[in-house]
Design a protein around this ligand. Structure first.
Ligand code: NAD
Length: 342
């Protein structure tokens, strides 16, 4: 308003009209929506709001929603979106006409339709590493839980001296490896995308040349691959059957990477094999009934459910939104850059 009256007083009528239009768009506060079916902890939420408000953005909140229509309605006028495991489908993206950036507070981003986002030049990011320690601690806890036969007296064994295979040497895999070393385990790993051997050497870990070699040598196999077209349903009968006697598959990654039919067949044929997972399989109740103590799924995905992980990932997401909208920072972008996808 001040600007308009100043302009009027100086009789810059033509120029003033153009500026008024520009200012309306420029002065519109950008709006960031935090959309979480499973809400952030209060401390995390307060921190996120503080970062966004300090950067001058309007903050909107959609929590514990049950229908995708609620998300579709809420994104209508937002410039940025922070999510957790929420599904950002092509339909959601279509409904968000001002959307410029989506940040998934967490590691996996298969809940976002990357192609639909890229087609609209919307940047998608994750917050890698922020919840890795929480997940790694859970992987170790699940190994101990199964080695103690789910706390059945007189039936447990120790991790020390056993071999753990780390399938994928990313943020979580590396931390599991270091913790396993501290427990006195022999640690081997397979990750075809880690070409710098010193990464393994520095952790005292032996890289192996193939996924088959990894499973065949692992008393415990800790799974850390992402769910991709290549990895979906890639762990099943053959790999399980190749594992040593009494071996345990530990999945804190994604349920989609498991071929459940193959896994069930292997565990039926080999009554010494065990499966423990943080991501309940589709066939959860059947598997629980079939395999008793040899199978356990956490009642809810627990990997990132620590105060620290929640706060770290949420704050990182807020900072990344500000970094992109104010400085064009795209370090953690996971979809194709606009120039690649046209
Ligand atoms: P990351 O991106 O840091 O590491 C992934 C690793 O997988 C990379 O090193 C990559 O080279 C490797 N990789 C990719 N394709 C592969 C293949 N075909 N074979 C072998 N290695 C392959 O991811 P991260 O943060 O370590 O997360 C690992 C997994 O944990 C992901 O599936 C993620 O979704 C999951 N996760 C689960 C929880 C939970 O709550 N349980 C929380 C965070 C992450």
């Amino acid at each position: 308003m001040d600007y308009i009256s100043n302009s009027l007083c100086c009789n810059y009528v033509e120029w003033e009209t153009i500026e008024v239009e520009d200012l309306t768009e420029q002065n519109r506060k950008m709006k960031i929506l935090i959309a979480t079916e499973k809400p952030f902890a209060k401390r995390a939420l307060d921190g996120i709001k503080e970062i966004l408000a300090a950067a001058g953005y309007e903050v909107a909140l959609l929590e514990k929603y049950t229908e995708k229509e609620e998300l579709i309605a809420a994104v209508a006028d937002v410039d940025g979106l922070i999510i957790r495991s929420d599904k950002v489908t092509a339909e959601v993206i279509e409904a968000a006409q001002n959307l410029k950036i989506v940040v998934r507070a967490g590691a996996g981003y298969d809940n976002v339709d990357l192609a639909a986002a890229s087609a609209r030049d919307i940047v998608v990011m994750n917050t890698p590493g922020q919840n890795s320690n929480a997940v790694a601690e859970l992987a170790v806890a699940l190994m101990i839980y199964m080695s103690r036969n789910r706390f059945t007296p007189g039936t447990g064994f120790e991790l020390q001296g056993k071999t753990v295979g780390i399938h994928a040497y990313g943020n979580v895999g590396r931390l599991v490896a270091r913790k396993a070393k501290a427990l006195g385990m022999n640690v081997i790993a397979y990750d075809p995308f880690v070409t710098d051997r010193t990464l393994f050497d520095n952790d005292g870990v032996e890289p192996v040349g193939s996924v088959e070699e990894l499973y065949a040598a692992s008393d415990f196999l800790s799974l850390h691959i992402p769910a991709t077209e290549q990895t979906k349903k890639s762990i099943g009968y053959k790999l399980m059957m190749s594992m040593p006697k009494g071996a345990t598959l530990v999945n804190t990654a994604r349920k989609e990477v498991i071929d459940e039919i193959g896994l069930e067949a292997a565990m039926t044929e080999r009554t010494d094999l065990k499966y423990v997972t943080d991501i309940a399989p589709d066939d959860n109740s059947t598997m629980a009934a079939m395999f008793g103590n040899r199978f356990f799924a956490t009642p809810k995905k627990m990997g990132a459910e620590t105060a620290e992980a929640n706060i770290n990932a949420g704050l990182a997401a807020a900072r990344q939104i500000v970094g992109y909208l104010q400085n064009g920072e795209t370090r953690f972008q996971v979809n194709k850059k606009p120039c690649d996808c046209k």
